[in-house]
Ligand binder design. Structure first.
Ligand SMILES: [Zn+2]
Ligand SMILES: [Zn+2]
Length: 413
């Protein structure tokens, strides 16, 4: 491992393509589309692939799959495609930097398309990573166009990762004082919505004839706040309930209130334990006040625990590009991603690269260092793929069992 002739050739090719890579990356950054609406992005990717004579297949509505090489091992590289709404005003922005992932995947294909590969590389342009725009996605689900609101969950369910040995991905990172990060943990989350239905009544003349749904919502939020003592700081449990709807006429007893919250944690055990406590508070506080209570629980994403074995390779490849002290290891991030779900099924990594400024999911997000943000990620991916072809890391044997379990207990199929 380390540098070898093939890697040098691939890295040189990426450097030679730099101007085209920067131009594509800028175009993609200016083309932000929400999840499962990545139509222009899809068209842009297809135009590049057709230009290069690279075959592709559509996956998960707006996603695309490119297969290079043949035989074992089978390494998947996943690249997010979706953008976010701007925080202020109309319009959208690539404020999670997913355009850089799409750009990296294209640069990777461009650099490897004529390269003899000692295995199969699946490059998967993955839609709908951000868990937003839920009504639109529910409509797609009802129409049978997708199965799940997250692109990776949809792809897992459709069998796109069947027969894959391991998964590589990268994400923009805002960590100060480093160039790359490796081995970060992402939190998982579970989504709750509690609907409290009471009974309206004249608040002055006959409050006793009513049932105040808002009281149930407030009691539940208070109970959740009391829970916080129960969470070990190392588990990173985070619960922020909001009152998202409430009946609001001052002289009528409120008959309707809704509390919504994510429950987040660093490990699956901590996540499910915390989720159960929160669910009990949401449910029983309503019941305690004799308010009709309906709590729905939906899967968010699972926590990401990365493959140490593959990350050792990722780090070696980073070290070809920068001094070791510029690499941050084993961060615990407060963020989540649907790559966490993949990490429970297959050896998976998601390394971070800097070269961006502004706040993630903020309107000031920008790409500031194109060398780091656009050229390094495809090099690290290509180098790691080459290493994995020589020294495979595989979770393929355990995958069918894990997937069956995952579909049943997490996605509730
Ligand atoms: Zn994001
Ligand atoms: Zn993201």
């Amino acid at each position: 491992m380390g540098m070898n002739e093939q890697k040098q050739r691939i890295f040189d090719r990426i450097d030679q393509n730099a101007q085209a890579i920067f131009a594509r990356s800028r175009r993609l950054f200016e083309m932000p589309e929400l999840g499962y609406r990545e139509v222009e992005t899809n068209r842009f990717i297809r135009a590049c692939l057709e230009d290069w004579g690279v075959a592709y297949a559509p996956v998960s509505y707006t996603g695309l799959l490119v297969t290079l090489g043949r035989g074992d091992p089978v390494v998947a590289v996943v690249a997010d495609m979706d953008g976010l709404p701007k925080r202020a005003g109309e319009g959208r922005i690539h404020s999670c930097g997913h355009s850089l992932q799409t750009s990296a995947a294209l640069a990777l294909i461009e650099a490897l398309r004529d390269e003899p590969l000692q295995g199969t590389l699946k490059v998967i342009f993955t839609p709908a990573e951000e868990m937003i725009d839920f009504e639109y996605r529910q409509a797609l689900i009802r129409q049978g166009l997708v199965k799940y609101p997250s692109g990776k969950q949809d792809m897992i369910a459709r069998g796109i990762f069947d027969g894959v040995d391991c998964v590589l991905s990268c994400h923009a990172s805002g960590e100060p004082g480093c160039r790359f990060d490796v081995g970060s943990r992402l939190k998982g989350f579970v989504i709750f919505k509690a609907v409290y239905t009471g009974r309206g009544a004249h608040a002055g003349a006959a409050p006793f004839a009513g049932k105040n749904a808002l009281h149930a919502a407030l009691l539940a939020q208070t109970a959740v706040a009391f829970l916080k003592d129960r969470f070990d700081p190392k588990d990173g449990v985070n619960v922020q309930p909001v009152l998202s709807e409430a009946a609001g006429t001052v002289n009528i007893v409120p008959d309707h209130a809704v509390v919504e919250t994510y429950v987040r944690a660093v490990t699956e055990d901590a996540l499910f334990a915390a989720a159960e406590l929160v669910e009990n508070c949401l449910q029983r506080c309503g019941e305690a006040l004799d308010i009709e209570t309906k709590v729905t629980r939906r899967p968010g994403f699972l926590p990401l625990a990365q493959s140490r074995q593959i990350n050792a390779l990722v780090k070696e490849n980073m070290c070809l590009l920068c001094p070791e002290e510029d690499i941050l290891e084993n961060l615990i991030s407060g963020a989540s991603g649907d790559v966490g779900d993949l990490g429970t099924l297959l050896p998976t990594v998601q390394f971070g690269f800097t070269g961006v400024s502004g706040r993630f999911h903020g309107d000031d997000f920008a790409v500031t260092d194109e060398e780091t943000a656009c050229l390094c990620p495809p090099k690290i991916l290509a180098g790691t793929v080459a290493d994995l072809f020589e020294h495979p890391v595989s979770g393929r044997a355990a995958f069918p069992h894990r997937k069956a379990e995952y579909l049943k207990t997490w996605l509730g199929e």
